[in-house]
Design a protein around this ligand. Structure first.
Ligand code: F6P
Length: 551
């Protein structure tokens, strides 16, 4: 059977079987499933690339998993996965291969696009990125006046920002002691202005990161940074010591005034949100060094191998993806909460928002038909324990079922005594509380033990009951280090890929961001004085107010 002959999801036999099975599961709660099976943790736990996934606190049985894996097989997941790894042009609307996995391949491998092995070019850029990062870190690369670089400002947005920003924050404990990394993405000049106010031009390196080198936010920030640099007393020739570019668009980079020697390239088969493994990862290499960056690539590669080799039943990205499909499509769960129990992973929810929502936030299938079922849920989250004092109330007692991914390193990245135990205790407690809940009888007994009279207690019971039976995954890693971070991110990349295959959407285009860009360009012209266009009353009214305020 070829890829195109896979039955449409939602009317396929596997889908129908899952629909029927959902009614059985609805009748059983997680407490009962755990009580029935003392081996449930071992049964529903996976280890891969240094990560442990405990998925036992999900509303599944062995049979659920069999049905979900049958759905994946029916959707010809293995065929699709192999096509991606082999460099097939699976991004059909842009006619491109999807080969971020090649970026973390070791030397000696061969991946062909249009009959050409891409690995020599990949390795050459990887080598240049590593060498440049080491030169800056070891103070061999200095500013125009001979001063060492102390601050690196990455100017980019979306995939040219979120991955490196998330990783540099995550790996700060492994970072270079002299180098401070800053990330500027927003066209709101407030962000750039604050960073510029805190750095010394003679000691600052700017990385202009943009796959296209046309993104208006990045180009506006880059031009302002260059103006600021020149206004500080530096000359045009000094730009070469302070501005480097990461892009696929050599012509635009040259037009901006950055010489080819200061440009690190990548390729159209690297999607923006999948690009942190390419030269877009330069800030990461500056932060953790060449070896650290390569360790991150190695961790991701280990996850790639697991994804491409492990049977679907014990394949971590496949299981994570199928559980997401189970809740999205069979329990109508419209959102997924990401709760990293690591302050260093504070940018992880934002990173995953782009990865998941820009990839699978689609409502047409690969061949342009309306999607047969709901696709990507809203992805959101905050680090624990902060979230517990903000939105966890809703997770425990709200009206919606919201699955949670808990993510935690087992070892701390600091040496303050006591904190990490408390952090882990809270992480484990939350997944247990969501799962086990608290019955009315348990509440009654608790209130009686506290000495409350029966009448007062009874009035409180409904408020203090926790329905429980709320699912979560727990992902553990030994510590937050480059290698485990690489594996973790690759895990989610492949999860997104699997879900795209199940939902039959192209996970690698992003046409949905275009309309807003087009309209903003027109309105920007009107705010700058061009004649007002033909707008609806709301848009015209808002433009008039903005024009009055900015003219
Ligand atoms: O607008 C969305 C987007 O195209 C993302 O997919 C991408 O990561 C981001 O903009 C930045 O694009 P570029 O790297 O070309 O500046």
């Amino acid at each position: 059977m070829t890829q195109t002959q896979a039955p449409t999801p939602a009317v396929s036999p596997a889908w129908q079987a899952l629909s029927a099975h959902r009614a059985d599961i609805a009748a059983t709660d997680l407490r009962t499933l755990f009580a029935r099976d003392p081996q449930r943790f071992e049964r529903f736990c996976l280890h891969a690339a240094g990560l442990t996934l405990d998925y036992s606190k999900n509303r599944i049985t062995k049979h659920t998993l069999e049905l979900l894996v049958a759905l994946a097989r029916e959707r010809q997941l293995e065929h699709a996965r192999n096509a991606m790894f082999a460099g097939a042009r699976i991004n059909s609307t842009e006619d491109r291969a999807v080969l971020h996995t090649a970026l973390r391949n070791p030397a000696g491998s061969c991946i062909e696009v249009d009959g050409e092995n891409v690995m020599p070019a990949v390795l050459a850029v990887r080598q240049r990125v590593g060498a440049f990062a080491e030169a800056v870190r070891e103070s061999r690369w200095t500013g125009y006046s001979g001063e060492v670089v102390t601050d690196v400002v990455n100017i980019g947005i979306g995939g040219s920002d979120l991955g490196p920003a998330m990783a540099c924050e995550a790996l700060a404990a492994h970072g270079h002691p002299r180098l401070k990394l800053h990330f500027v993405s927003n066209v709101d000049g407030d962000q750039l202005a604050r960073v510029l106010a805190s750095v010394n031009p003679a000691r600052t390196l700017f990385i202009i990161a943009s796959k296209t080198f046309t993104t208006i936010e990045t180009m506006t920030n880059a031009a302002s940074a260059r103006d600021w640099f020149l206004a500080s007393g530096a000359g045009e020739k000094d730009i070469a010591r302070h501005f480097v570019a990461v892009s696929t668009n050599a012509a635009r980079v040259a037009e901006f005034g950055i010489a080819p020697d200061n440009m690190f390239g990548f390729w159209d088969w690297v999607g923006g949100r999948y690009s942190m493994w390419s030269a877009v990862g330069l800030p990461i290499a500056l932060c953790v060094g060449r070896d650290g960056f390569e360790a991150m690539l190695d961790g991701a590669h280990e996850m790639d191998r697991h994804f491409s080799e492990a049977p679907l039943e014990v394949n971590m990205p496949v299981i994570l993806a199928l559980l997401g499909v189970w809740y999205r499509n069979f329990f109508d769960a419209g959102s997924l909460c990401i709760a990293p129990y690591a302050q260093a992973l504070s940018r992880m929810p934002a990173y995953l928002q782009q990865l998941e929502m820009e990839s699978n936030g689609k409502s047409v299938t690969r061949d342009g038909q309306p999607a047969a079922s709901p696709t990507c849920p809203v992805v959101w989250g905050e680090p624990g324990t902060n979230g517990q004092h903000a939105f966890f109330q809703l997770l425990h007692q709200g009206t919606d079922l919201i699955p949670v991914d808990f993510i935690a390193p087992l070892k701390a990245s600091h040496n303050l005594p006591g904190h990490h135990r408390l952090l882990l205790a809270n992480c484990i407690a939350q997944s247990k509380a969501l799962m086990i809940g608290k019955t009315a009888d348990e509440v009654r007994a608790e209130l009686a033990a506290s000495g409350m009279n029966a009448e007062a207690a009874e009035a409180l019971v409904p408020h203090r009951v926790f329905p429980g039976n709320r699912p979560s995954n727990t992902l553990l890693m030994p510590e937050l280090a480059p290698r485990t971070l690489g594996a973790l991110i690759a895990l989610y990349e492949h999860k997104v890929f699997v879900q795209g295959v199940i939902w039959d959407v192209n996970s690698f285009d992003q046409w949905g961001v275009e309309l807003g860009k087009q309209i903003a360009t027109r309105i920007a012209g009107e705010l700058a004085g061009a004649a007002p266009g033909d707008h609806d009353a709301s848009t015209a009214g808002l433009i008039a107010l903005a024009r009055a305020a900015t003219s």
